[in-house]
Design a protein. Structure first.
Length: 256
């Protein structure tokens, strides 16, 4: 049974781009400890929803409440401090930098001290750097990335780059993790592996996961709950089976 007090509440959210209404009065809850999948036909507003919650775009109206705290006025660069991390549809990593350096960037929100303490490398700055490295090492171990640790990201297979991006998000030690089409570009075997990682992230690390995903094999394998969006709002929600069988969902996908 779902906890009565959601971790995240989205209420009457609206997002417009010029004359286009990408999100239109969206209401949804995310419960602590769940894996929630957001599905829906192209243009349904899934990525816009994710961008509004993670503050890439300013919503035109409505509320985004994380434990009752409204995120609407939180600047994008501070969202990680609220325990929120995300990955992107098109992987966003520093290609020339190594896996290790990309993961260390994920620790940015924990950077300690004023600029002069950083320059002088005071003991407390050094201590914080050690903690950062230890956290990065634990993520490398968790996601089995040690073989790639010193490789530039540009030299890695696509599927590994996706896991590195997931790792960078984990390095921020989030409470709530958003994944934007994590299976896109992966082959069926990589998608099956991804399902295990997502399950481990929820079970072993206790992180709540919200993923926007088209691949129903991944959704069925890991999602506790599915929300189908259409035209910027929630069309249907339930278990993966319930939503897949909903005639309204079938007709939204068929465009009828
Ligand atoms: N930056 C933008 N500027 C203008 N219009 C946008 C922008 N981003 C999204 N839109 C429009 O908002 C609507 C919702 O798009 P969005 O990308 O959120 O849908 P989606 O459900 O994620 O689609 P897909 O599954 O194809 O990624 C679409 O009509 C889209 O053209």
């Amino acid at each position: 049974m779902l906890a009565s007090n959601p971790l995240l509440k989205v209420r009457d959210l609206t997002l417009t781009f010029g004359g286009v209404r990408a999100i239109s009065g969206l209401n949804l809850d995310v419960h602590a400890g769940e894996v929630l999948a957001i599905i829906g036909p192209n243009g349904a507003g899934k990525t816009s929803m994710l961008n509004a919650i993670t503050r890439v775009f300013d919503a035109s109206g409505g509320q985004i409440l994380l434990k009752e705290q409204d995120l609407a006025s939180v600047p994008r660069h501070r969202i990680a401090q609220y325990g929120i991390a995300r990955t992107f549809q098109n992987i966003e990593l520093f290609d020339a930098a190594t896996v290790m350096d990309n993961l260390l960037l994920g620790r940015h929100r924990f950077r300690h001290g004023r600029w002069w303490q950083q320059v002088l490398r005071t003991p407390s700055v050094t201590r914080h750097e050690e903690v950062a490295r230890a956290q990065v090492e634990s993520v490398i171990e968790f996601l089995e990335l040690s073989a790639w640790r010193n490789s530039p990201v540009a030299s890695l297979p696509y599927g590994v780059r996706k896991i590195v991006e997931l790792g960078r998000a984990l390095c921020t030690q989030p409470e709530l993790l958003f994944l934007d089409e994590p299976a896109s570009g992966l082959n069926p075997e990589e998608t099956r592996e991804l399902a295990f990682w997502i399950d481990d992230i929820r079970t072993d690390l206790g992180i709540t996961v919200v993923m926007v995903e088209h691949d129903m094999s991944l959704v069925s394998a890991v999602a506790d709950r599915v929300i189908c969006m259409a035209q910027g709002a929630v069309l249907s929600q339930g278990t993966p089976e319930q939503v897949q069988r909903d005639p309204a969902v079938i007709s939204a996908y068929l465009g009828t």
